[in-house]
Design a protein around this ligand. Structure first.
Ligand SMILES: Nc1ncnc2c1ncn2[C@@H]1O[C@H](COP(=O)(O)OP(=O)(O)OP(=O)(O)O)[C@@H](O)[C@H]1O
Ligand SMILES: [Mg+2]
Length: 250
């Protein structure tokens, strides 16, 4: 269903009165990125970027487990003509080959873009700068390919200093802040409620508390790991006790 909404919005990019058609949709914020708790301003901003006729490029930075990757994954499921790339497992050549074979790609979703080599970052930078995908093969005999593309890049980055300056400067950057305790609790409760229906709020609150105040990782992933092993309060206390006792030093 959401795919339909996104298709509608993204295909309406070249229609007039786009803004009014987008924002006329009732409660659209709740329908898009619906697995992500909070960030209603960012969701709205991303929708503007998605429907815009202009070539906008967005970069998410921020601490671990602030849902940077989930934003890209939601877009990859909901947007037609999108391509999700895990930079730790893909090379620039792989990306370029894919784009030459799929010239209608509109949304390039690059997770952990800082893991791409400098050379691969240059290919992307050129594409963002000129809208032209270029490939110069090492051996002259293999020739030279070029292709005009109307593409938007949405990326996440863990270490901003690993990005080349020209690439960095082509992005609009959003740094997601660390969660406050109240946000952490709300997100934990929401996620546990939707994924582990048999755990009530008293249990999910306790899990959030031990991760935040005792284990002190402040990582939503740890909340979900403990929730998976929990049936009652005793499970939480036992697991938390063991994790604290053997917590790695670094
Ligand atoms: N606001 C949120 N709403 C829903 N889930 C969230 C939210 N914040 C974090 N999570 C959950 O936390 C987990 C980690 O999120 P994600 O993988 O997107 O983190 P990240 O920001 O990409 O972190 P990293 O920098 O380590 O890659 C996911 O299971 C996700 O569902
Ligand atoms: Mg991530």
């Amino acid at each position: 269903m959401f795919k339909t909404i996104f298709n509608k919005f993204s295909s309406s990019t070249n229609k007039k009165n786009l803004g009014s058609s987008l924002f006329a949709h009732k409660n659209y914020e709740n329908k898009l990125f619906n697995s992500i708790v909070g960030y209603s301003d960012i969701k709205k901003f991303l929708m503007r970027c998605i429907v815009s006729k202009e070539q906008v490029h967005i970069l998410f930075t921020g601490p671990p487990a602030t849902s940077k990757t989930v934003f890209l994954l939601e877009m990859s499921t909901e947007l037609s003509n999108s391509y999700f790339i895990d930079s730790t497992a893909t090379s620039g050549i792989g990306i370029v080959d894919f784009l030459f074979s799929n010239p209608n790609t509109k949304f390039l979703l690059i997770d952990e873009i800082d893991k791409l080599t400098k050379k691969d970052q240059t290919v992307l930078y050129n594409l963002m700068e000129t809208g032209i995908l270029s490939e110069m093969k090492a051996e002259k005999t293999k020739g030279f390919r070029q292709q005009k593309m109307n593409i938007k890049i949405f990326a996440t980055c863990n270490e901003l200093n690993k990005l080349t300056q020209p690439l960095k400067s082509r992005f609009m950057k959003l740094e997601l802040p660390e969660y406050t305790w109240e946000e952490f609790l709300t997100i934990s409760n929401n996620l546990i409620k939707s994924r582990y229906k048999y755990l009530d709020e008293r249990l999910s609150t306790r899990i959030a508390e031990v991760v935040w105040k005792d284990i002190k990782t402040k990582d939503i992933r740890d909340v979900l790991k403990i929730a998976r092993l929990t049936r009652n309060l005793e499970d939480i206390e036992d697991t938390a006790h063991t994790l604290m006792k053997y917590k790695p030093k670094d």
